[in-house]
Design a binder for this molecule. Structure first.
Ligand code: PRP
Ligand code: URA
Length: 210
């Protein structure tokens, strides 16, 4: 498993505003989208391309285009939905599948409550979007789900992670072709399973408490 922590002053600046408890929902939503676009640039470094011949106004040349089968973007509902627009802006030809997961706030175990994905994911590059990697339970289950459907190449893009959760994902998916791109690796998890310093509950801050 490869882990890449994005290191850029623009990302750190936007993350600081995102973390601030005083930042209201509309600003929070815009920032998640903007951060996603910046992280998508890192996360798609390995996207498969194929050669294509074109003619410029001056001369013929060969460039590249995103190869078939097109990448599959999988936002994890609810909070991952806030990242989707930022990603499709950069990769508009990608397809989108959905996984709905919620962790039980007492046991911290994830459950899957919705799924809308192509049946066969073999040979698809999959990009999982979830802003928070806390205990790692949700991300591990989501990636395992994609592998069970035949995916072989998965990149997860998260805004924040806790070291404990990242280590748990690494243990669970050891030896698999997984890349994790992070906006920041925070200090720790607290006793309630929240990332510290973190940003609180990403889903609630995006969409309000349900
Ligand atoms: C949050 C977050 C991740 C998960 C991370 O979702 O968006 O999916 O928690 O926690 P974990 O690493 O300990 O599994 P939540 O379950 O709160 O659902 P929501 O997106 O609907 O708010
Ligand atoms: N989910 C969140 O939204 N925030 C955390 O800190 C942990 C899990």
């Amino acid at each position: 498993m490869r882990v890449h922590v994005a290191d850029h002053p623009l990302i750190t600046h936007k993350l600081t505003v995102l973390r601030d408890v005083k930042t209201p929902s509309p600003v929070f939503r815009s920032l998640v989208e903007e951060l996603m676009t910046l992280l998508a640039y890192e996360g798609t470094r390995g996207v498969r391309v194929e050669p294509v011949d074109i003619v410029t106004p001056v001369a013929p040349t060969t460039g590249v285009r995103i190869a078939d089968p097109k990448p599959l973007i999988v936002p994890i509902l609810r909070a991952g939905l806030g990242m989707l627009e930022g990603m499709v802006k950069l990769v508009p030809t990608a397809e989108v599948g959905f996984l709905g997961m919620a962790r039980n706030e007492e046991t911290l175990e994830p459950t899957t409550y919705a799924e809308r994905l192509p049946d066969d994911l073999s040979d698809r590059q999959c990009f999982v979007l979830d802003p928070m990697l806390a205990t790692g339970g949700s991300l591990t289950a989501a990636i395992q789900y994609l592998f069970d459907r035949g995916a072989t190449d998965v990149t997860a893009i998260c805004i924040l992670a806790a070291p404990e959760g990242l280590a748990a994902v690494e243990r669970a998916l050891h030896g698999r072709d997984v890349t994790i791109v992070l906006g920041a690796l925070d200090e720790r998890l607290n006793e309630l399973g929240y990332i510290v310093p973190g940003l609180g509950d990403a889903g609630d801050r995006l969409y309000g408490t349900v």
